[in-house]
Ligand binder design. Structure first.
Ligand SMILES: *Cc1c(COP(=O)(O)O)cnc(C)c1O
Length: 392
């Protein structure tokens, strides 16, 4: 498939931005405009790229119920991390057999809740979690998360999750004796992973684990390659098809018998479906002749833009004055905490005509925003969602 790099993503993002542009400015900003139909298209594009793969939407990326309902109707699987996410998926019509409890850190009571709800697929990455599953989710299918490097990812996840391959072999070997069904391994190479080649080392490790288990008479049938598929924010990224090819080829190289693949996309599905509409609260300078303006928006690190920490995720901004002369800015949020700065080193430029009251749209903001908003720091309410686009 030949397409300009990230081409479809740009089109989708513009489509959402245009749809927002046609609306009246809401009485209140900030507000996330979300088009669930766009997210479903993204899910379907990923599913088409990875043939014969079960794709579990990582609910934490955006748990908007109307989005979940649309994904249920599209036949999606879901990666859930808590009782509330389970309840949400079931309430929107998902069958519990489509849910994977993908959090390696679960309370016993939460495991029991999941089990009572019919969930029968659980992850673990430690001895104690395996024992908890044996006690509270007897007979369930389990998979072991491996440590994986996040090198190349703009939002790393390494270190906190997963165990060594040797430990994975040991724990998966114990599972049948504990009354559990070991089905495979998983890993996550870090979110917004820009290099499709970064899956291969973990695929190789997973193949080694599967080989050791096979030697012990246990056949693992599933390989869960996690999420991490990137979105075009301010720089182009390889298309999803490139990731699918690289991962499928790596599996072919390292496994004798191809396992059933699973993915867990979050950002890739939800991000471009959302535009975060904000308003400029203040444009200021620290001295009268300063070239750099400070632009304070009505949303910041505490209002949903948590992923600007370390200036890791660099969103694209659209203003009513785009195309006119611009200048250097520092972008900041509205709260009284000095860490509430979005971009200082990232060298953002915005139009010189920008004034308080102007709208600033933050593109591809549908993932990891509404749920990262604080409940009321400084009295600012959590970020609301307005769904746009076709209802069905
Ligand atoms: C957050 C998460 C994902 C989604 O990651 P993306 O980078 O958003 O695709 C997938 N799997 C697990 C276990 C996660 O915690």
């Amino acid at each position: 498939m030949t397409e300009p790099r990230g081409g479809l993503q740009i089109v989708e993002r513009r489509a959402v931005a245009d749809a927002v542009g046609e609306r009246d400015v809401p009485a209140h900003t900030p507000c996330l405009y979300l088009d669930p139909g766009v997210a479903v298209e993204r899910y379907e594009r990923l599913r088409a790229a990875f043939a014969d793969t079960d794709s579990y939407y990582a609910v934490k990326a955006n748990p908007e119920p109307r989005l979940i309902r649309r994904l249920v109707r599209a036949g999606a699987f879901f990666d859930v991390a808590s009782p509330a996410e389970i309840a949400l998926c079931l309430a929107e019509g998902a069958d519990p057999s489509r849910l994977s409890y993908g959090n390696t850190v679960k309370k016993a009571s939460d495991i029991r809740y999941a089990y009572r709800s019919g969930v029968r697929l659980f992850v673990f990455d430690s001895q104690d979690e395996l024992l908890k599953l044996a006690e509270h989710a007897p007979g369930s299918a389990v998979f072991c998360r491996l440590l994986a490097s996040s090198a190349g990812a703009q939002w790393p996840l390494s270190g906190k999750f997963g165990c060594t391959p040797e430990m994975a072999v040991d724990l998966l070997t114990q599972a049948p004796r504990l009354g559990l069904r070991p089905v495979g391994v998983s890993f996550h190479v870090g979110s917004q992973q820009l290099d499709p080649g970064r899956w291969e080392p973990s695929v190789a490790t997973a193949a080694w684990v599967s080989g050791e288990l096979a030697a012990a008479g246990i056949e693992l049938t599933m390989l869960n390659v996690g999420g991490g598929f990137p979105v075009e924010y301010t720089s182009p990224v390889p298309p999803i098809e490139r990731y699918a090819e690289a991962i499928t080829a790596a599996v072919g190289r390292h496994f004798d018998t191809r396992p059933r693949l699973a993915t867990e996309p979050g950002r890739y599905v939800a991000a471009v479906a959302g535009v975060l509409r904000t308003e400029v609260v203040l444009v200021s300078r620290k001295t009268f002749d300063d070239d750099t303006r400070w632009v304070y928006l009505d949303v910041g690190r505490f209002g949903g833009l948590a992923e600007t920490e370390g200036e890791a995720i660099r969103y694209r901004l659209v203003t009513p004055h785009d195309g006119g002369p611009d200048g250097a800015v520092v972008l900041a949020g509205p709260t009284c905490d000095s860490v509430d700065i979005l971009y200082q080193r990232a060298a953002y430029r915005l139009p010189l005509a920008l004034r308080q009251g102007d709208t600033v749209d933050i593109l591809a903001a549908g993932a990891y925003t509404t749920t990262y908003a604080s409940v009321g720091f400084n009295g600012f309410p959590p970020l609301p969602t307005v769904c746009i686009g076709d209802d069905e």
